[in-house]
Design a protein around this ligand. Sequence first.
Ligand code: Z5A
Length: 217
Amino acid sequence: MSAQQKLAGKFIVIEGLEGAGKSTAIQYIKNWLTDKGLAEENIELTREPGGTVLAEKIRDIVKMDVLDETLDDKAELLLMYAARVQLVEHKIKPALANQKVVIGDRHNWSSLAYQGGGRGIDLGLIKDIKEVALGNFKADFTLFLDIDPELGLRRARGRGELDRIERLNIDFFNRSRQVFQDLTEAETNAVCIDASQSFLQVEEAIHQQLDHWLAGL
Ligand code: Z5A
Protein backbone atom coordinates (compact mmCIF):
# COMPACT_ATOMS: atom_id res chain seq x y z
CA MET A 1 0.00 0.00 0.00
CA SER A 2 1.33 3.48 -0.84
CA ALA A 3 1.90 6.20 1.79
CA GLN A 4 -1.01 8.19 0.32
CA GLN A 5 -3.35 5.21 0.67
CA LYS A 6 -2.22 4.58 4.25
CA LEU A 7 -2.69 8.23 5.22
CA ALA A 8 -6.08 8.76 3.56
CA GLY A 9 -8.76 9.56 6.14
CA LYS A 10 -6.35 10.01 9.06
CA PHE A 11 -6.73 12.64 11.79
CA ILE A 12 -3.40 13.92 13.16
CA VAL A 13 -3.54 16.19 16.22
CA ILE A 14 -0.96 18.50 17.72
CA GLU A 15 -1.35 19.38 21.40
CA GLY A 16 0.63 21.45 23.88
CA LEU A 17 0.75 24.57 26.01
CA GLU A 18 0.80 28.07 24.50
CA GLY A 19 4.04 28.98 22.83
CA ALA A 20 4.97 25.30 22.44
CA GLY A 21 5.10 25.88 18.69
CA LYS A 22 1.90 24.16 17.53
CA SER A 23 1.21 26.58 14.66
CA THR A 24 4.83 26.19 13.54
CA ALA A 25 4.63 22.39 13.81
CA ILE A 26 1.49 22.28 11.67
CA GLN A 27 3.60 23.54 8.76
CA TYR A 28 6.20 20.78 9.40
CA ILE A 29 3.43 18.16 9.32
CA LYS A 30 1.99 19.68 6.17
CA ASN A 31 5.42 19.61 4.49
CA TRP A 32 5.90 15.98 5.54
CA LEU A 33 2.53 15.07 4.02
CA THR A 34 3.31 16.79 0.70
CA ASP A 35 6.71 15.03 0.66
CA LYS A 36 4.76 11.76 0.94
CA GLY A 37 2.89 12.73 -2.21
CA LEU A 38 -0.33 14.20 -0.80
CA ALA A 39 -1.86 17.03 -2.80
CA GLU A 40 -2.57 20.32 -0.95
CA GLU A 41 -6.31 19.91 -1.53
CA ASN A 42 -6.23 16.62 0.35
CA ILE A 43 -4.91 18.24 3.53
CA GLU A 44 -7.32 20.02 5.86
CA LEU A 45 -6.18 22.20 8.77
CA THR A 46 -8.38 22.85 11.79
CA ARG A 47 -7.97 24.70 15.08
CA GLU A 48 -9.78 24.39 18.40
CA PRO A 49 -11.78 26.03 19.69
CA GLY A 50 -12.93 27.20 16.27
CA GLY A 51 -12.74 26.05 12.67
CA THR A 52 -16.38 26.60 11.61
CA VAL A 53 -18.42 29.82 11.56
CA LEU A 54 -20.26 28.94 14.78
CA ALA A 55 -17.23 27.43 16.49
CA GLU A 56 -15.24 30.61 15.76
CA LYS A 57 -18.00 32.61 17.50
CA ILE A 58 -17.63 30.32 20.53
CA ARG A 59 -13.85 30.91 20.37
CA ASP A 60 -14.49 34.66 20.62
CA ILE A 61 -16.61 34.11 23.75
CA VAL A 62 -14.02 31.84 25.35
CA LYS A 63 -11.21 34.34 24.74
CA MET A 64 -13.27 37.40 25.70
CA ASP A 65 -12.69 39.44 28.85
CA VAL A 66 -15.99 40.46 30.49
CA LEU A 67 -15.66 42.94 33.32
CA ASP A 68 -18.75 42.29 35.44
CA GLU A 69 -19.26 38.53 34.92
CA THR A 70 -16.77 35.66 35.03
CA LEU A 71 -17.17 32.66 32.75
CA ASP A 72 -18.01 29.70 34.99
CA ASP A 73 -15.50 26.83 34.66
CA LYS A 74 -18.21 24.35 33.68
CA ALA A 75 -19.67 26.81 31.17
CA GLU A 76 -16.18 27.15 29.68
CA LEU A 77 -15.90 23.35 29.45
CA LEU A 78 -19.29 23.01 27.75
CA LEU A 79 -18.45 25.80 25.29
CA MET A 80 -15.27 23.89 24.33
CA TYR A 81 -17.36 20.79 23.61
CA ALA A 82 -20.06 22.76 21.77
CA ALA A 83 -17.35 24.16 19.48
CA ARG A 84 -15.77 20.71 19.12
CA VAL A 85 -19.03 19.02 18.12
CA GLN A 86 -19.60 21.68 15.44
CA LEU A 87 -16.08 21.18 14.11
CA VAL A 88 -16.08 17.38 14.18
CA GLU A 89 -19.54 16.96 12.64
CA HIS A 90 -19.36 19.74 10.06
CA LYS A 91 -15.74 19.73 9.04
CA ILE A 92 -13.52 16.91 10.32
CA LYS A 93 -15.76 13.88 9.69
CA PRO A 94 -16.77 15.00 6.16
CA ALA A 95 -13.09 15.63 5.28
CA LEU A 96 -12.02 12.22 6.61
CA ALA A 97 -14.87 10.58 4.72
CA ASN A 98 -13.47 12.24 1.59
CA GLN A 99 -10.14 10.53 2.28
CA LYS A 100 -8.43 13.78 3.27
CA VAL A 101 -5.83 14.03 6.03
CA VAL A 102 -6.91 16.43 8.78
CA ILE A 103 -4.31 18.16 10.97
CA GLY A 104 -5.84 19.49 14.17
CA ASP A 105 -4.32 22.35 16.15
CA ARG A 106 -5.57 21.07 19.54
CA HIS A 107 -8.42 18.60 20.16
CA ASN A 108 -9.98 16.72 23.07
CA TRP A 109 -6.85 16.51 25.26
CA SER A 110 -6.83 20.31 25.61
CA SER A 111 -10.11 20.11 27.57
CA LEU A 112 -8.73 17.41 29.87
CA ALA A 113 -5.52 19.42 30.36
CA TYR A 114 -6.95 22.96 30.78
CA GLN A 115 -10.44 22.45 32.19
CA GLY A 116 -9.44 19.24 34.02
CA GLY A 117 -5.83 19.75 35.13
CA GLY A 118 -5.86 23.54 35.08
CA ARG A 119 -9.35 24.40 36.38
CA GLY A 120 -9.68 21.26 38.51
CA ILE A 121 -12.85 19.82 36.95
CA ASP A 122 -13.05 16.06 37.54
CA LEU A 123 -11.40 14.20 34.63
CA GLY A 124 -14.04 11.43 34.82
CA LEU A 125 -16.79 14.01 34.29
CA ILE A 126 -14.96 15.46 31.26
CA LYS A 127 -14.53 11.97 29.81
CA ASP A 128 -18.29 11.39 30.25
CA ILE A 129 -19.08 14.65 28.45
CA LYS A 130 -16.69 13.67 25.65
CA GLU A 131 -18.48 10.32 25.33
CA VAL A 132 -21.88 12.01 25.05
CA ALA A 133 -20.61 14.69 22.63
CA LEU A 134 -18.30 12.67 20.38
CA GLY A 135 -18.70 8.98 21.18
CA ASN A 136 -15.53 7.08 20.31
CA PHE A 137 -14.26 9.65 17.80
CA LYS A 138 -10.57 10.38 18.42
CA ALA A 139 -7.28 11.30 16.78
CA ASP A 140 -5.38 8.62 14.86
CA PHE A 141 -2.06 10.09 15.98
CA THR A 142 -1.26 12.78 18.56
CA LEU A 143 1.96 14.77 18.79
CA PHE A 144 2.31 16.44 22.19
CA LEU A 145 4.77 19.34 22.10
CA ASP A 146 6.08 19.48 25.66
CA ILE A 147 7.42 22.77 26.99
CA ASP A 148 8.09 24.38 30.36
CA PRO A 149 5.17 26.83 30.79
CA GLU A 150 7.55 29.69 31.67
CA LEU A 151 9.31 29.32 28.32
CA GLY A 152 6.05 28.83 26.40
CA LEU A 153 4.49 31.94 27.90
CA ARG A 154 7.67 33.94 27.20
CA ARG A 155 7.38 32.93 23.55
CA ALA A 156 3.64 33.70 23.49
CA ARG A 157 4.27 37.07 25.17
CA GLY A 158 6.80 37.87 22.44
CA ARG A 159 3.88 37.85 20.01
CA GLY A 160 1.87 40.50 21.90
CA GLU A 161 -0.84 40.79 24.58
CA LEU A 162 -1.86 37.65 26.51
CA ASP A 163 -5.54 36.60 26.47
CA ARG A 164 -7.87 35.61 29.36
CA ILE A 165 -6.50 32.08 29.69
CA GLU A 166 -2.87 32.98 29.00
CA ARG A 167 -2.89 35.39 31.97
CA LEU A 168 -3.62 32.58 34.48
CA ASN A 169 -0.82 31.76 36.94
CA ILE A 170 1.98 29.33 36.22
CA ASP A 171 0.56 26.59 38.51
CA PHE A 172 -2.45 26.37 36.21
CA PHE A 173 -0.16 25.58 33.27
CA ASN A 174 1.99 23.16 35.28
CA ARG A 175 -1.15 21.18 36.16
CA SER A 176 -2.27 21.26 32.52
CA ARG A 177 1.15 20.08 31.38
CA GLN A 178 1.00 17.13 33.81
CA VAL A 179 -2.30 15.97 32.31
CA PHE A 180 -0.89 16.22 28.76
CA GLN A 181 2.12 14.14 29.87
CA ASP A 182 -0.08 11.51 31.56
CA LEU A 183 -2.36 11.23 28.51
CA THR A 184 0.62 10.82 26.18
CA GLU A 185 2.09 8.09 28.35
CA ALA A 186 -1.19 6.19 28.44
CA GLU A 187 -1.92 6.39 24.70
CA THR A 188 -0.26 4.08 22.17
CA ASN A 189 -0.78 6.39 19.21
CA ALA A 190 0.79 9.45 20.81
CA VAL A 191 4.31 10.78 21.23
CA CYS A 192 5.95 13.48 23.30
CA ILE A 193 8.33 15.92 21.62
CA ASP A 194 10.67 18.25 23.50
CA ALA A 195 9.45 21.63 22.23
CA SER A 196 12.21 23.61 23.96
CA GLN A 197 14.62 22.50 21.22
CA SER A 198 15.54 24.60 18.18
CA PHE A 199 13.12 24.92 15.24
CA LEU A 200 15.25 22.45 13.24
CA GLN A 201 15.43 19.87 16.03
CA VAL A 202 11.67 20.02 16.59
CA GLU A 203 11.05 19.65 12.86
CA GLU A 204 13.38 16.62 12.65
CA ALA A 205 11.76 15.00 15.71
CA ILE A 206 8.28 15.47 14.25
CA HIS A 207 9.27 14.01 10.86
CA GLN A 208 10.98 11.06 12.56
CA GLN A 209 7.89 10.30 14.68
CA LEU A 210 5.59 10.60 11.70
CA ASP A 211 7.82 8.23 9.68
CA HIS A 212 7.72 5.73 12.54
CA TRP A 213 3.93 5.96 12.80
CA LEU A 214 3.48 5.61 9.04
CA ALA A 215 5.71 2.52 8.99
CA GLY A 216 3.35 0.88 11.49
CA LEU A 217 0.15 1.63 9.54
N1 Z5A B 1 -8.38 25.75 25.30
C1 Z5A B 1 -8.96 25.20 26.42
O1 Z5A B 1 -8.85 25.76 27.50
N2 Z5A B 1 -9.65 24.04 26.28
C2 Z5A B 1 -9.82 23.41 25.10
O2 Z5A B 1 -10.48 22.36 25.03
C3 Z5A B 1 -9.20 24.01 23.95
C4 Z5A B 1 -8.50 25.17 24.09
C5 Z5A B 1 -9.34 23.34 22.61
C6 Z5A B 1 -6.64 28.60 22.49
O3 Z5A B 1 -5.77 29.63 22.25
C7 Z5A B 1 -6.88 28.67 23.99
O4 Z5A B 1 -7.98 27.86 24.35
C8 Z5A B 1 -5.69 28.13 24.71
C9 Z5A B 1 -6.15 26.85 25.36
C10 Z5A B 1 -7.62 27.01 25.43
N3 Z5A B 1 -5.42 29.06 25.73
N4 Z5A B 1 -4.53 29.43 26.28
N5 Z5A B 1 -3.85 30.02 26.95
P1 Z5A B 1 -4.94 29.84 20.95
O5 Z5A B 1 -5.38 28.88 19.89
O6 Z5A B 1 -5.00 31.29 20.63
O7 Z5A B 1 -3.51 29.62 21.48
P2 Z5A B 1 -2.61 28.38 21.48
O8 Z5A B 1 -3.32 27.20 20.97
O9 Z5A B 1 -2.04 28.25 22.82
O10 Z5A B 1 -1.56 28.78 20.38
P3 Z5A B 1 -0.31 29.70 20.49
O11 Z5A B 1 -0.22 30.52 21.71
O12 Z5A B 1 -0.33 30.43 19.20
O13 Z5A B 1 0.89 28.71 20.59
P4 Z5A B 1 1.54 27.76 19.52
O14 Z5A B 1 0.70 27.67 18.28
O15 Z5A B 1 1.84 26.51 20.22
O16 Z5A B 1 2.89 28.47 19.19
P5 Z5A B 1 3.46 29.15 17.83
O17 Z5A B 1 2.55 30.28 17.43
O18 Z5A B 1 3.80 28.12 16.84
O19 Z5A B 1 4.80 29.71 18.45
C11 Z5A B 1 4.76 30.73 19.43
C12 Z5A B 1 6.02 31.60 19.26
O20 Z5A B 1 7.17 30.81 19.57
C13 Z5A B 1 6.20 32.11 17.83
O21 Z5A B 1 6.75 33.39 17.87
C14 Z5A B 1 7.21 31.09 17.24
O22 Z5A B 1 8.00 31.66 16.21
C15 Z5A B 1 8.04 30.76 18.46
N6 Z5A B 1 8.60 29.39 18.38
C16 Z5A B 1 7.94 28.27 17.95
N7 Z5A B 1 8.77 27.20 17.99
C17 Z5A B 1 9.96 27.66 18.45
C18 Z5A B 1 11.22 27.03 18.72
N8 Z5A B 1 11.41 25.74 18.52
N9 Z5A B 1 12.22 27.81 19.20
C19 Z5A B 1 12.03 29.14 19.42
N10 Z5A B 1 10.86 29.80 19.19
C20 Z5A B 1 9.84 29.06 18.71
